[in-house]
Design a protein around this ligand. Structure first.
Ligand code: TXA
Ligand code: MG
Length: 345
């Protein structure tokens, strides 16, 4: 099932099978986007509600944003969206656009928009390119790929983590786990609503608000149409351990101390804090990022390590506010992971 063979993955996708697909953000669970039965398999494997839309991954920005064909993915692309595509595709950015006839209800969740992304990972790009080559009539092919985790859990950034989440749901004979190494960015793509007069960021990621404003020359909107973004549920990226966010090193020490006074074993408490901060006595260091990029790259693996080790609590210092870089996306994921969980049904 596990391979580095992009041909095998492209063939499986064309045949309607599922592929665990490496991308530069996180691993996705992919199926061809123009077959509702194939997409239904990924929903079932993830345990994801059926009305949640998925991101469609494509190889070629130009062919994908071409509104002139009868079988187009999109019907309207504002100039600022084309500028964003030119600047950041391939890359960690997803554009939400008015959907064309090719974007079925099974990828849009029945909404009138579709989310598109050109991933920047050599294997993912190779797979999409081979699909177009093997089946030129179907080009530009799209692959629906939500993150390769069970619904509500932390996204995987390595193949092993994705397989741990989903192995039971895959057919070892027919489905494929494609090994592209550890994801370089580490948090999910920036999602940008491009259906209004100005762009609106629905989920922060590797392309920052400052990047978007610089490239488009526009100020992003704060509020807009009531677009549903399930990834924006308050608690969506959650480890099993209880996550506590603190502002600085002394608050971190205080929380660790009081957890020990309350009877938590030292080995049950993990910390995530900048590299220049010492680990308090007894607590377990999960991540020591020197930069915001390192923080993003290591965050989900650190949460998984905590769960694997049976930790009860994680104490983390979020990155400083960061309009230019990926710090805001990291802080966003930490806030969501720390939010109280809604009752799961
Ligand atoms: O980096 C990423 O974006 C990763 C990799 C695999 O590409 N994918 C990912 O997919 O994070 P997923 O399904 O876990 O999250 C996609 C988010 C969901 O929150 C979904 O609600 C939102 O995208 N989304 C998809 N289509 C949308 C649409 N038409 N309008 C608004 N939000 C949409
Ligand atoms: Mg996800």
């Amino acid at each position: 099932m596990s391979t580095k063979d992009a041909h095998a993955a492209a063939t499986a996708l064309l045949a309607g099978r599922m592929v665990i697909l490496p991308t530069e953000t996180v691993y996705g669970l992919a199926a061809r986007a123009d077959q509702s039965e194939a997409v239904a398999r990924i929903y079932e494997a993830k345990g994801r509600p059926l009305d949640h839309p998925v991101i469609v991954h494509v190889a070629e920005p130009n062919a994908t944003l071409d509104t002139s064909t009868e079988d187009a993915w999109v019907t309207e692309v504002p100039d600022y969206a084309r500028a964003l595509a030119d600047a950041f595709w391939p890359g960690p950015m997803t554009l939400v656009l008015a959907r064309g006839p090719r974007a079925g209800d099974h990828v849009t969740g029945g909404q009138d928009t579709v989310a598109l992304r050109v991933p920047d990972h050599p294997l993912a790009r190779e797979v999409l390119r081979i699909m177009d080559e093997q089946d030129p009539e179907g080009a530009p092919h799209g692959v629906a790929a939500p993150s390769a985790n069970r619904f509500g859990r932390v996204s995987p950034t390595t193949l092993a983590d994705a397989v741990e989440e989903l192995a039971d749901a895959l057919d070892p004979e027919l489905d494929i786990a494609l090994d592209g190494g550890a994801s370089g960015v580490g948090v999910e793509s920036t999602i940008i609503d491009c259906t209004g007069d100005v762009p609106r960021i629905l989920r922060p990621g590797g392309v920052s608000e400052a990047d978007v404003e610089r490239v488009t020359g526009l100020v992003t909107a704060e509020t807009g149409r009531g677009i549903r973004v399930p990834g924006a549920l308050p608690s969506h990226y959650a480890p099993l351990a209880h996550l506590v966010l603190v502002a600085d090193g002394s608050a971190l020490c205080a929380v660790v101390e009081s957890s020990q006074e309350a009877g938590l074993e030292p080995a049950a408490v993990g910390i995530i804090a900048p590299a220049d901060l010492d680990t308090p006595e007894g607590a377990m260091r999960l991540l020591a990022p020197a930069t915001h990029e390192e923080y993003a790259r290591g965050l989900y693996a650190a949460m998984r390590a905590a769960d694997r080790g049976g930790l009860r609590m994680i104490v983390a210092i979020p990155p400083d506010a960061d309009e230019e870089g990926i710090g805001d996306a990291v802080a966003d994921r930490l806030r969501r992971a720390a939010a109280p969980r809604p009752a799961q049904t």
